[in-house]
Design a protein around this ligand. Structure first.
Ligand code: AMP
Length: 117
């Protein structure tokens, strides 16, 4: 497992690695994905290091709620809240998770196929 010190998204929270930040609260950060898969593709993270959605849920201190609220705020700011957007948490390598700092993908601005690939 990637340690906090080596975590890419922890480095974005500290500013060590730059990102285009679109929304920030006390405990969350949202920034554009470097490899966008839709006209809007923003990643929403807790600033604290939790490796997965399961770990975030287990934190049980309201932080998961804040991440969901931040994701919707991003969708509103990006103008996709009404047309619809997809909020995805790839969880585990088999589901395509490659960065082990929990992040919700906010995707929108185009039609979304279902089921996803
Ligand atoms: P996942 O595969 O669900 O773990 O998603 C990781 C996402 O992080 C991918 O969509 C990558 O394009 C994105 N990503 C990787 N490095 C960066 C970075 N430095 N800034 C913004 N997004 C990144």
């Amino acid at each position: 497992m990637v340690s906090e010190a080596d975590c890419l998204f922890c480095k974005i929270t500290t500013g060590e690695i730059s990102a285009e930040i679109v929304h920030e609260t006390g405990r969350t950060l949202a920034f554009r994905d470097v490899n966008p898969q839709a006209p809007t593709h923003v990643l929403v993270i807790p600033k604290g290091h939790y490796p997965s959605a399961a770990a975030l849920a287990a934190a049980d201190d309201g932080l998961a709620d804040e991440v969901f609220t931040a994701a919707h705020a991003v969708a509103e700011r990006e103008g996709i809240a009404d047309s619809g957007y997809r909020l995805v948490f790839n969880t585990g390598p088999g589901a395509g998770q490659t960065v082990f700092h929990v992040h919700g993908h906010v995707l929108g601005g185009r039609g979304m196929a279902w089921p996803p690939g």
